[in-house]
Write a protein that binds this ligand. Structure first.
Ligand SMILES: [Zn+2]
Length: 458
């Protein structure tokens, strides 16, 4: 009898766990403008699941992802699992061929130079007149005067020395009646602290600048008189030996008309305890009313991110790091807030944790593995070390290390990376990501990767 009751309870439990549940598309009647879409969800793996009569592979966890082509117009889909049925009506709108392609904006050169000031804090100065991507030269402060020699589309062309121009969106600039083309640099002070090399350049006004991460760390201040090409250049030598040549964060900003560049000194670790005392910020992506992606098994990405973050916090603390968490619960946080928190903590590493997804038109079954994103070159070696430890120890596919312009990795003060641990819309990845053991192994692998990065070669 007892046995029978237990079996009955198990059966009931199984029933509730494996009810046919479609996570995506989110509604039964939707419009999707793509050649294909997919059904993401879960159902009883012991029952046959069909979409319009065709059998769908179900992962042992119950998760499934199934791609369906979309014809222009109305597409009807019928999902069946045992006695359960769900109907979906997906409309693919007709793609209108544009009657006229918009004319490509032409460059209009001004007859005389014009002057303006930056109206927004952290305005991107771009290498191309495009409002997206990895084309940022630097970020300029509100109130900075600029010299403009023309315009193209939504952008003004900004003079940078005598041989170079940059682009700033028109909405971030206000014209002024007068101005001067060149700034004067009267000299600089050099301050050597325990943690930083600090340069204070004394100028008579704010002026655009660029910091170049190369073999040397190059500080370029544009539109400075008495310099070749009106550009002041300082090549800061990073210490020669390879383990000390790593750039580990820097900041550059005007305070009044003084331009202050702080470069973090190379961190020399104790090889037996490489993470001891290192300040590391862990950022669990999304939170609050921002769920992030939703997994096959209806896990919210924000919850998975937090679970990984907590495991990583524990692992790094165990190894002696000083860990700061941008969020420890399900609270909402802005992207800039997260970066500011890391900077306030003076972290040397900033790691944002996420779960990946793909849009309509892609195949979630083919999207699998871990990937890491960075924006500034200084963070790439850290990303490389972590991805190799992760893929070696978690069994996840190496989905690559890439440069990308995510807001949270556009921070120079710390080595900033964003880890996509796996694809929550991929049934196999999703099943792994919700396992506590996998979360622990991942945390260990990330910590190992950070150690590898800091360990000095003998
Ligand atoms: Zn995310």
């Amino acid at each position: 009898m007892k046995k029978f009751i237990i079996i009955l309870i198990l059966l009931l439990f199984a029933q509730t766990v494996y009810a046919l549940d479609v996570v995506y598309p989110k509604k039964n009647v939707v419009t999707i403008n793509a050649k294909s879409t997919f059904f993401i969800g879960s159902s009883d793996p012991k029952k046959k699941l069909t979409v319009n009569g065709k059998t769908v592979d179900i992962h042992k966890s119950g998760g499934f992802a199934y791609v369906v082509p979309l014809n222009v117009g109305v597409n009807n889909f019928n999902l069946k699992s045992g006695r359960e049925k769900l109907n979906f009506t997906i409309t693919r709108p007709e793609t209108k061929t544009p009657a006229q392609t918009k004319p490509v904006p032409q460059f209009k050169e001004y007859e005389a130079m014009r002057y303006g000031i930056i109206t927004e804090e952290n305005t991107p100065l771009r290498a191309t007149p495009v409002d997206a991507g990895i084309n940022r030269i630097s970020h300029l402060q509100k109130g900075m005067p600029v010299v403009i020699d023309g315009e193209k589309g939504n952008f003004y062309s900004i003079i940078l020395g005598s041989n170079k121009t940059g682009w700033i969106n028109k909405r971030n600039i206000k014209f002024t009646d007068n101005g001067s083309s060149l700034a004067e640099l009267s000299g600089y002070d050099y301050i050597d602290t325990d943690e930083f090399f600090i340069f204070v350049f004394h100028l008579d006004k704010m002026t655009p600048f660029e910091l170049v991460e190369g073999d040397t760390f190059q500080i370029k201040i544009y539109n400075v008189s008495d310099n070749p090409e009106n550009t002041y250049i300082m090549n800061f030598p990073l210490v020669k030996s390879p383990e000390q040549a790593k750039l580990s964060g820097y900041s550059a900003r005007f305070s009044g008309t003084d331009f202050i560049v702080k470069i973090r000194k190379p961190v020399l670790v104790d090889n037996s305890k490489p993470l001891k005392g290192l300040k590391i910020t862990i950022d669990a992506g999304h939170g609050g009313n921002e769920n992030g992606a939703i997994g096959c098994l209806r896990d919210y990405e924000k919850d998975l991110n937090l679970a990984f973050a907590k495991q990583l916090e524990e692992e790094l603390n165990r190894r002696g790091a000083k860990v700061f968490m941008t969020r420890k619960d399900d609270s909402a946080l802005g992207l800039n807030e997260r970066v500011e928190m890391a900077n306030e903590e003076d972290s040397i590493i900033f790691i944002s944790l996420h779960g990946n997804a793909v849009p309509d038109g892609y195949d979630p079954n083919a999207a699998t593995g871990s990937s890491i994103f960075y924006y500034y070159k200084q963070a790439k070696p850290l990303a490389d070390n972590i991805i190799s430890e992760m893929t070696a120890k978690t069994g996840m596919k190496n989905d690559g290390v890439r440069q990308s312009s995510f807001a949270v990795v556009r921070n120079t003060n710390a080595l900033s990376i964003l880890i996509e641990i796996g694809y929550v819309i991929n049934p196999a990845d999703n099943a792994k990501m919700r396992e506590k053991d996998f979360q622990k192994v991942t945390a260990k692998a990330i910590a190992d990767g950070i150690e590898m990065y800091f360990k000095r070669e003998k």
